[in-house]
Design a protein around this ligand. Structure first.
Ligand SMILES: [Zn+2]
Length: 360
C-alpha cells in the first residue's frame, strides 16, 4: 500500500503557477530520474519489457503494475515532490522497427539501424507507436501514478526521444552523422525528421491523456558533444520547437533534456519554447542561470555518477546547496541530477539531495 505524499508546494496547481511563472513562492521541487537508487527499477523494467515483447496479447494491468509500483515506492521512500517517469531511450526506436536489446539489469538499448540508406525513408510504413507494448506499459504506468497520486505529486511523463535523436537511432549512428553533412541528402534527412516528428508527437498525445503534469523529451544526440551547433540549429532546433508547441497545444508544460556540455547551444535551447530545460552536470550553471532566469525552469544538474552515485552524502548535500544558492534568486529551479542516476546510487545520497532541498 502506498502512502500519498503531501507535495511541498501544497498542490500541483500551486506548483505550476509558482515554479513555472516564477513568483519566488516555491524555490525548488526535487524530481528524480527513473532509477532513483532502486536497483529493482531497472530489473523490473527489463524483465517486464522482455515478457511483453514475447507476449502477443495486449499487456494487462497486472503486468504493468510492478513497474508502476517502483515509481510509487520511490516517491514514498524519499518523500519526493515529483517524479519523472522514464523507461529507456529505445522505446520509440523499437516502435519504429529498430532492433532493441533488453539486458538483464539495465534499461533497453537500440542496436543497429532500421534504415540501411537514408534514401529508403520513403518506404517506411506510417508510424503507429500505440501498438508497441513498451509504449503501452509506459503510458499506463503514468496513468496509474496520476490516478493514485492525483495532484499531490508532480508527475512528469517523459516521452523518449525528440525527432533528431530518434532519427539518429532509426538511421543508426554510423550513417546519420555523415548523412546530415551531405547537402544532397538533406531533403531525405528532413523526410526522416518529419517521420520521427510524427512518432514523437503520437507519444506526446498519448501521454497528455494520462493526467501527467508535464511532458518531456530527450535530444542528447543533438547536443554539442555529438554534433556542431550549426547542425543542431538546422536539423534539431526546429523540431524541438514543434514538440514544445505541440505539448502546449495539448495544454501541458514541456521539458527538454540534453546531455553533455550545452554551453554552445544554451541560448538556442531557450528559444525552443520549452518551459524547462534539464541539463547535464557539464553545463555552466551560472551561464544557464543568466540565460534562463526570466523565462525557463532549470532542472539539474548534479553529476549523477561522481557525486550522486559515488560521492558521500556530505558531498551530495554540499553540491545540492551550491546549486540551490546559484538559483536562489529565481523560483525557476528543480533540483535533480543532470542525467539518469545509476541504479547503484546509495539510498543515503538520494536522501541527502532531498534533505538539502527540504532544509533550504
Ligand atoms: Zn542525459
Amino acid at each position: 500500500m502506498v502512502r500519498i505524499i503531501q507535495c511541498r508546494a501544497g498542490s500541483i496547481e500551486r506548483f505550476q503557477r509558482k515554479v513555472l511563472s516564477s513568483d519566488n513562492g516555491v524555490r525548488l521541487v526535487d524530481i528524480l530520474s527513473q532509477s532513483t537508487g532502486c536497483r529493482c527499477v531497472g530489473r523490473a523494467l527489463t524483465s517486464l519489457g522482455r515478457r511483453l515483447l514475447s507476449d502477443r496479447t495486449v499487456p494487462n494491468v497486472r503486468k504493468r503494475a510492478p513497474w508502476t509500483a517502483t515509481s510509487a515506492l520511490s516517491i514514498e521512500k524519499y518523500s519526493l515532490d515529483g517524479v519523472m517517469v522514464d523507461v529507456d531511450t529505445a522505446t520509440l526506436a523499437g516502435a519504429l522497427g529498430v532492433p532493441v536489446e533488453f539486458p538483464a539489469d539495465e534499461p533497453a538499448v537500440a542496436r543497429g539501424a532500421r534504415l540501411a540508406s537514408l534514401a529508403d525513408v520513403d518506404a517506411l510504413p506510417p508510424p503507429d507507436i500505440a501498438r508497441y507494448p513498451v509504449v503501452q506499459v509506459w503510458v499506463e504506468a503514468v496513468r496509474l501514478l496520476c490516478a493514485h497520486f492525483g495532484n499531490e505529486v508532480f508527475i512528469r511523463g517523459n516521452c523518449d526521444q525528440c525527432p533528431f535523436a530518434l532519427a539518429a537511432l532509426v538511421r543508426g549512428m554510423e550513417g546519420w552523422p555523415t548523412d546530415i553533412m551531405d547537402p544532397e541528402l538533406e531533403p531525405f534527412a528532413h523526410h526522416l525528421l518529419d517521420y520521427c516528428t510524427e512518432a514523437t508527437s503520437q507519444f506526446l498525445r498519448l501521454m497528455s491523456a494520462t493526467g501527467a503534469h508535464m511532458l518531456s523529451n530527450g535530444d542528447s544526440a543533438a547536443g554539442p558533444s555529438v554534433v556542431s551547433p550549426r547542425i543542431y540549429r538546422r536539423f534539431a532546433l526546429p523540431y524541438e520547437q514543434r514538440m514544445a508547441a505541440l505539448s502546449h497545444s495539448l495544454g501541458v508544460p514541456y521539458a527538454l533534456h540534453v546531455c553533455g556540455n550545452t554551453k554552445a547551444i544554451l541560448a538556442d535551447l531557450v528559444t525552443t519554447g520549452a518551459d524547462a530545460l534539464e541539463l547535464d552536470y557539464k553545463t555552466d550553471v551560472r551561464l544557464a542561470h543568466d540565460l534562463m532566469k526570466d523565462s525557463t525552469v532549470f532542472i539539474g544538474n548534479l553529476d549523477p555518477s561522481a557525486v550522486v552515485a559515488l560521492g558521500t552524502p556530505a558531498l551530495v548535500e554540499a553540491k545540492s546547496r551550491e546549486l540551490i544558492a546559484v538559483f536562489g534568486d529565481t523560483g525557476r529551479f528543480i533540483l535533480n541530477a543532470g542525467c539518469a542516476i545509476p541504479a547503484t546510487a546509495p539510498e543515503a545520497n538520494i536522501r541527502a539531495m532531498v534533505h538539502a532541498a527540504r532544509s533550504w
